[in-house]
Design a protein around this ligand. Structure first.
Ligand code: NAD
Length: 515
């Protein structure tokens, strides 16, 4: 069979309306920007300059915001199922561009093509989910204590929602938020990561076609490419934005939670993880190996749900680690658009520095490198690293931090309660897993005595969540939930109604008040 041809940058740019010079603000019409401040975006694989984008100025932001507010006032009047129909069409438009958008994710962010496609599939999945949900934005009817009264809850559109996203899921996080926001009647203003602006411009070009074809007002979907310092700060301080969904580091999340909280705005905080898998002696070790390998090496360790720690029962430790190291030796590292590649680059040289610093710190703190530790330069730029396994104690300072790179810390346990203690003994609480064939061990892990994370799995890894569940984590992961289940509620305002259909006035709690 003939080898599939690698998709080229020119093909991607042509298909998605990208150019070598662009402007970074858009509400649905022409792209514009007046800052004279230019952002250059590079391929993390080769270091090639991909495009130069004029960033959004504070004045440009104000124009975008005005448009988003006006659009909200119109869009909220559209019945939710009809908004769902628009989101259905967005899903269809994404299906039509899946190959090229997936390839752009690989080109600009560096994850391998199958993962780039998977990320676009997640966008399509959340659109499908949101379409159904648009007919079910329901609240309960409640029993009133007063005669001939009825109580109920309703959900109303919230306003212009702000979305600030991280570089590592440069398209899906936006879709998780906007697909739900739109069925809820909100307009959305997106500030993408400055490391992946092309992905944002491409997404906006795709939805613009859909909104235009449906003759909807400009401003329901808005993008402002710009720095965190200028556009990000403007957005989080903007009283016209009732809810900010922020995905990024815990350090930044603390600041954003503080600023938005100060003005009593709502936040969804999706921050860093420090995810572990417990591998019991009662586990299917073949499955555990496959999951741990994907969790730790996939996306070059640049997922919030990447497996960062393995807590392995001592009697299976040596056998398991030997197999894991053998797998690590076979990882094909290179161009993420090459189908033979299993691991692409890190996003930039700053991330490589973080990787090197973490390994040096681990060694100082008693860690032993069992595999990896080296920086590689297959294309000249120092953005590639070896996936790395380090044997170390959980209490070592470096293990307590999220290093956004393919470094896996491994440790032993004797008895399950000790494994649970090690598991929870980090500041973050995003994703977690246990590999075991024992019902009791599995149930204990899911119980209040077990994992303290927002996501807890049995016999699957920490990484690769489906959109149907609520996604997010506890502790320093920020407490936010987005995507499936009832996460839509965060994009609406709740109203409790009491209706007196009997005419007589009755006060609650039996209070008498008569002249
Ligand atoms: P980051 O915190 O460096 O940046 C995130 C976003 O914040 C970017 O868009 C950036 O431009 C913006 N920003 C920077 N300064 C700002 C400011 N002053 N005001 C407003 N916005 C500002 O994160 P990153 O390096 O892009 O992403 C990696 C991090 O994201 C990791 O910690 C990872 O775990 C986390 N993450 C979490 C989830 C989750 O769902 N929990 C998902 C993906 C990534």
């Amino acid at each position: 069979m003939a080898k599939a041809k690698k998709i080229t940058k020119n093909q991607i740019f042509r298909a998605l309306g990208l150019k070598s010079k662009m402007k970074g603000a858009n509400c649905g019409g022409e792209w514009f920007a007046t800052s004279k401040d230019y952002l250059k975006t590079y391929s993390p694989t080769t270091g090639e300059l991909l495009s130069t984008i004029e960033q959004t100025s504070p004045k440009d932001y104000d124009l975008v915001m005005k448009q988003a507010q006006a659009a909200f006032l119109e869009f909220r009047s559209m019945p939710a199922p009809l908004r769902g129909e628009i989101v259905r069409q967005v899903g269809e438009a994404l299906r039509a561009k899946k190959d090229m958008l997936g390839a752009l994710v690989s080109l600009e962010m560096g994850k391998i093509y199958t993962e780039g496609l998977g990320e676009v599939q997640e966008m399509i999945d959340i659109c499908d989910f949101a379409v159904g949900m648009s007919r079910n934005l329901s609240g309960p009817t409640l029993q009133s204590e007063r005669p001939k009264h009825r109580m109920m809850e309703q959900w109303h559109p919230l306003g212009v929602i702000g979305v600030i996203s991280a570089f590592n899921f440069p398209v899906a996080v936006w879709a998780w938020n906007t697909a739900l926001g739109w069925i809820c009647g909100d307009s959305a203003l997106w500030k993408p990561s400055s490391k992946t602006p092309l992905c944002a411009i491409a997404c906006q070009n795709i939805v613009n076609e859909v909104f235009k074809a449906n003759k909807l007002p400009e401003g329901i979907s808005c993008v402002t490419v710009g720095s965190g310092r200028i556009v990000g700060e403007k957005l989080i301080n903007d009283k016209n934005i009732p809810m900010v969904s922020f995905t990024g580091s815990t350090k930044m999340g603390k600041r954003i939670g503080g600023v938005v909280g100060e003005r009593l705005g709502r936040t969804i905080l999706e921050l860093g993880g420090n995810n572990a898998v417990i591998i019991s002696e009662k586990a299917d070790l073949t499955g555990a190996l496959a999951s741990a390998f994907f969790g730790a090496v996939g996306t070059a360790g640049q997922r919030c749900t990447s497996t960062r720690r393995l807590i392995i029962q001592e009697t299976v430790y040596d056998k398991f680690v030997k197999k894991l190291v053998a797998n690590y030796k076979k990882v094909a590292i290179g161009d993420p658009l090459d189908p033979a590649t299993l691991m692409g680059p890190l996003i930039d040289e700053g991330s490589v520095k973080d990787y090197e610093n973490a390994i040096a710190a681990a060694k100082k703190q008693g860690g032993k490198v069992l595999y990896g530790g080296k920086v590689l330069k297959p294309f000249g730029a120092a953005t590639f690293v070896q996936p790395t396994i380090i044997e170390i104690a959980n209490k070592a300072e470096i293990v307590q931090h999220e290093t956004f790179a393919p470094i896996l810390y491994i440790m032993k346990y004797k008895k399950l309660p000790q494994a649970f203690k090690l598991h929870n003994d980090v500041p973050q609480g995003l994703s977690s897993a246990i590999y075991t064939d024992s019902v009791n061990e599995g149930e204990a892990f899911l119980s209040f005595l077990g994992s303290d994370c927002g996501i807890a799995n049995i016999n699957i890894g920490t990484s690769g969540a489906e959109i149907g569940g609520a996604f997010g984590g506890e502790k320093e992961t920020g407490g936010g939930r987005e995507s499936g289940s009832d996460a839509w509620k965060l994009y609406m305002r709740r109203q409790t109604n009491t209706i007196n259909w009997g005419g007589e006035v009755h006060l609650a709690q039996g209070v008498e008040f008569k002249a």
